[in-house]
Design a protein around this ligand. Sequence first.
Ligand code: PLP
Length: 344
Amino acid sequence: MKIIDLRSDTITRPTLAMRLAMANAVVGDDVLGDDPTVQRLEALAAARLGKEAALFVASGHMGNLVSLLTHCGRGDEIIVGDQAHIFYYEQGSAAVVGGIHPRTVPNQTDGTLALDQIEAAIRGDNVHFPRTRLICLENTHNRCGGAVLDVAYVQAVGALARRHQLKLHVDGARVFNAAAALGVEVRELAADADSVSFCLSKGLAAPIGSVVCGSAAFIQQARRNRKLLGGGMRQAGVIAAAGIVALEQMVERLVDDHANAQRLSAGLSQIPGLAADPARTQTNIVMFELTRPDMTPAHLQSALEAAGVRLFTVGGRRLRAVTHYEVSAEDISEALERIAGVMA
Ligand SMILES: *Cc1c(COP(=O)(O)O)cnc(C)c1O
């Protein structure tokens, strides 16, 4: 029985082209500035995002942390969604490592933060208060089911940030999915941000790595902060080579993952005992609910595991399935049959 693994797009293994590029990569000591493959990846990423410079980092988490450390000093405050990956899934690292204080604003179901609520959270000049320094957005929004922030919204938050002399960071772990869903260039979604981090190791299928993009001055300081975190890597071209293939070969096909997520969501919505909303499946993440009261999400998850379909529970009665290049349209049909079988 083929296992259909819908836990995450992070499970994608490097393609053959990536493995060949890794084997043949020209490398050097990147901490000394000697790795031409890392430099090529950084230049490629900066160009795609429309920024002056870029920095290759070990993970999406490190990309966010390096960005926050670069924008903020100790005691500074960030405005961040209460469902944001930065707030929810990163061990409070900005506070632990950087002394950075998080101020949450509720995420709307579409992944946005209401503009008036962002504005209301900005601190005035008062000796009692921390200083607001940075606004953080997430695109696509993971816990909001892969929701897409559109260009107009990011522009509006960028304008708000500038009006208040704040910086804007976009956690764009899946920003290429956002651009694919909107049919825009990713640089349009990055234009108003002072920094954007994105993952090579999710839907783009590279084995390791993320990239932070911003101004040359920002990236110079971010490079210092990466070293502070122990993130300086030596012959990192071996992994950067896969990242180059990810950007050159794996971006165009993300629309296939979105079509498969749409199929999955539509199919789930037809299965008694499950509730899914295809209209709210915008990218490659499908959130759905178990409505049958005689079954817990954990029970469903393990029954599906036994049937060869892997996915995650995400709290409450919700489960999450993610499509990626190792899952075909036929796999989605097969997964739906197995899920319907378990529910019956
Ligand atoms: C996955 C993810 C990250 C972190 O990436 P890792 O490489 O797992 O550290 C950050 N932000 C969002 C929105 C993510 O989905």
